[in-house]
Design a protein around this ligand. Structure first.
Ligand SMILES: [Zn+2]
Length: 225
């Protein structure tokens, strides 16, 4: 499936019910109100947040009109996606993944920062984003590496089924801060997850590097990798 890595990762997390919808958080023991903050439904499950919430009625109507995506009530997001993958062409599943990622992005904006983003732009945004992505990939030049250049490479991909995590720490002595960067790639070199963070601390370099590795491991675990 040819969509941005962050979207693939998000869908994969949703497959496993690892998206932080409030009902998923409550199942993990967090004391949160597990109702939907947009429609006040009793449980905000993954499938509710990403597809079944009444606030997404307009998006669902567009998807139905364009692609005939009509989905009965499912309790799990994975059932929904498997049904779609069985019914749709691959290119339409790719668009659906973008739509779902955008839905989550907008939901977060509305819930956490009171941003007003109208859901009517979801499908149009996804179509434009997918077009841009396909166009950019079509322009990719096949690079032929010679042996000399290969021997100079500092980064090598991990084995199939294994992820490689690279970390870095930058120390800002004057402000007593440590900058953290982590990037996780798969065997093809595709970025599966990345993050940057600044923490208030005056660590020595060795301690800072160790802290970065520790925080990166937590990040990888939270990313479901
Ligand atoms: Zn809702």
């Amino acid at each position: 499936m040819k969509v941005l890595s962050k979207m693939k990762l998000f869908i994969w997390r949703a497959f496993h019910e690892w998206v932080p919808a409030t009902n998923n958080l409550a199942k993990r023991g967090m004391k949160v109100d597990n109702s939907c903050s947009l429609c006040q439904a009793r449980y905000e499950s993954t499938i509710h947040a990403l597809w079944c919430c009444p606030s997404l009625e307009h998006v669902r109507a567009i998807c139905l009109a364009l692609y005939g995506i009509r989905v009965p009530n499912h309790s799990l997001f994975i059932d929904f996606m498997i049904l779609c993958m069985n019914q749709l062409l691959v290119k339409d599943v790719e668009l659906l993944c973008m739509v779902i990622w955008r839905i989550w992005y907008i939901r977060n904006g509305m819930v956490h920062s009171s941003a007003i983003i109208h859901d009517v732009d979801v499908v149009a945004w996804a179509i434009a984003c997918l077009d841009d992505y396909r166009e950019a990939n079509a322009l990719k030049v096949n690079i032929v590496w010679d042996q000399g250049l290969l021997s100079d490479l500092l980064w090598y991909p991990p084995s199939v089924g294994v992820f490689k995590m690279n970390t870095d720490a930058a120390i800002y002595w004057a402000r007593r801060r440590v900058g953290i960067r982590v990037i996780i790639r798969d065997c093809k070199g595709s970025v599966m997850a990345s993050c940057t963070q600044k923490i208030l601390a005056g660590y020595e370099p060795l301690i800072a590097e160790a802290m970065v590795v520790l925080k990166s491991l937590h990040f990888a675990h939270d990313s479901g990798l």
